[in-house]
Design a protein around this ligand. Structure first.
Ligand SMILES: [Zn+2]
Length: 102
């Protein structure tokens, strides 16, 4: 059972750069540029998808599409249930690390 609250947390509480780093070579190429985290847009294949840290959404300045963590995995051919399961695991690991760092 996937709740709306879980989906909200997966979109908002797991930074997209953490997700992309965890995907490794499975994920899109990414880089820091001018203080922004950019990655290869799965829609148009330009290095113009840029994460807005305020809302944890990536916006592509080439094709203008927006992507969240869930959209990104669906673009990478995950099915919805697998995408949610992976993000839930990453979020749990991320929050455990955050607690240790404090
Ligand atoms: Zn694009």
């Amino acid at each position: 059972m996937i709740s709306a609250e879980l989906l909200r947390r997966l979109r908002n509480d797991l930074p997209m750069p953490v997700t992309i780093a965890a995907l490794g070579h499975q994920g899109p190429p990414a880089k820091m540029s001018e203080g922004y985290y950019r990655f290869l847009c799965p829609h148009c294949n330009e290095m113009r998808a840029t994460v807005n840290p305020r809302n944890n959404l990536a916006h592509c300045f080439c094709c203008k599409k927006n992507l969240n963590n869930i959209d990104l995995l669906l673009q990478l051919d995950y099915d919805f249930v697998s995408a949610v399961a992976l993000l839930e695991r990453l979020l749990t690991e991320y929050q455990a690390q955050q607690r240790k760092a404090k």
